[in-house]
Design a protein around this ligand. Sequence first.
Ligand code: ADP
Length: 257
Amino acid sequence: MSIKNINTSSSQKPDGEQTSKEMHMLEEAKKMQHVFLDNMSHELRTPITVILGYAGILYDEIEDPDLKEMAEIILKSSNRLTESLNLLLDQSEVDPAKLQVEFERKNLNDILFETAKVYRPVAEDKKLELLYTSEMEEMYCNINPKMFDKIMTNILNNAFKYTAKGSIKIELKMINKDSEKFVNIEISDTGIGIHEEKQSLIFEAFRQVSEGMNRLYQGTGLGLSVTKKFVEIMNGQIYVSSQLDCGTTFIIQFPNA
Ligand code: ADP
């Protein structure tokens, strides 16, 4: 398996040829993109919440099987739309200039134990094995719990999405790097894998490596770009290791606190 270190630097340095006017225009375009994403996300969220609410009521109330199926489809589609919108909103929120992130010292073993519990029914549903192991009882890091939760949700949702049989493992251990301690989280699956050439693309916004697969796998291509940004904001690093048709491992490391 090959391991790719994903360059964590997102700021672009001007290369001598770029004039200050071009840089200014680029900055403006970036700002406009954030404003646009913010507005669109908020504008779309409100009506979708209403649709979801009423579709839920209809699904519960309707007894006719055909109509119930229709309500279920509306419910599922609205849920999918909500997930995509949440990712879009996350993407627009990760402008470091706008971010005021609060960090809390948390035991990742406690958090991941609970996360694994949440995914147990999903694993049962897909007949996949779900394993969680931690080397130690206590593995503390300074994190933003909401962001950490989104990171794990994005990675685990993908692991389940791209794995039809076998297992999904979450492993937590302590490692030393340059004489500093890091908490190392590995999420491995036995799914379709990612072609080596494409592994560096998956962290770019809107990129789907499964692009050529006739949209066999649904998604926005935003999850991993948001994930990478959240990891970096919390002073962490993310790596991918994968082999086509064998499986994928995402490795996330945060400084031990
Ligand atoms: P998407 O919404 O398409 O899942 P992501 O940003 O979450 O977008 O992921 C980008 C791409 O990376 C996916 O389209 C898929 O091709 C690939 N990918 C991510 N996780 C996995 C995985 N566990 N196994 C195989 N491919 C994956």
